[in-house]
Design a protein around this ligand. Sequence first.
Ligand SMILES: NC(=O)c1ccc[n+]([C@@H]2O[C@H](COP(=O)([O-])OP(=O)(O)OC[C@H]3O[C@@H](n4cnc5c(N)ncnc54)[C@H](O)[C@@H]3O)[C@@H](O)[C@H]2O)c1
Length: 294
Amino acid sequence: MKVLLTGSSGFLGQEILKKLLAKNHKVLGLDIRKGLVNHKNFKFFKTDLKKKANINIKEKYDVAIHTAAIQPFKKDENFKKYINGNLITGKNFFDIAISLGIKKFIICSSFSVYGKTKKYIHENENLNPKNFYGLSKKFLESLAEYYHDNYNINVIILRFDGIFGQNQNLPSLIKMVIKNAILNKKIVLFNSGKLKRDYVYVEDAADSIILSLKKIDKYKFDVFNIGSGFPKTNLKITKTIVRYLDSKSKVEVIKNKNKNFNQDIFMNISKAKKKLEFKPKKLINNLKKIGFKK
Ligand SMILES: NC(=O)c1ccc[n+]([C@@H]2O[C@H](COP(=O)([O-])OP(=O)(O)OC[C@H]3O[C@@H](n4cnc5c(N)ncnc54)[C@H](O)[C@@H]3O)[C@@H](O)[C@H]2O)c1
């Protein structure tokens, strides 16, 4: 299969690329950063998708995976940044992919499209994003629907929960806990450690994309939540990591609220389990795969 992959130098993009090359697929990578892989089946163009790019390629491709995005590294509400970074980028991506003859699309979205909620969220829930990042992903999803309707293309949208793994760049609880536990430093948890999240391991997230590639002929336009399916409190996640690393870190819970995350966030992933045959692994099994240095 010939695959167009945007964000091929990113955290998730690199993992997808590894899996595609291992399966002998030919990949055309686009990223604003430099290409990180040298492989006979990997072509790379350093491209800023915020601008109209002229990809001078005559050959046709089969499928496109869009991971390139601007992510909320810190709490900021810069409308232009997210609209340019995720919506304009999305429009240019669709135009390039369609010019390469692609009819099958897999789009990375986020749990942020749902906004605040305290229950297991199903895919058909109202989208009510509470920040410009979530809003830009909601617009990207609408754009995908527009292209599906007008260009007769198949689209799968995957809404990811927080993705974790060794090379993750976004700050997260798991990243903080691992760092402190390795150094035997005290770990302080806000909201009494009671907040629940459903972080998904990067290999599982990449698997959901590979599974989508296999199923896309069947689903004309479909949306799937992707988490681990095992939501846990921050305290439980922390204790699991501290125990696994045999760390001497003390865990302290305080009542203060974390200003960035102060709600339970987890999605119902039963649709992905059933229709994509998605089988994420448990936290402890994924921790074993990450090469920790103590
Ligand atoms: N990491 C998470 O926790 C998480 C959670 C939910 C959804 N997602 C979504 O999953 C996808 C992958 O996330 P990630 O963690 O790998 O992100 P990342 O930031 O590591 O990777 C994104 C890649 O896109 C590239 N990129 C950004 N803007 C570009 C542009 N204008 N032109 C070309 N390339 C550009 C970046 O250089 C980077 O290599 C994104 O769409 C993200 O919104 C991620």
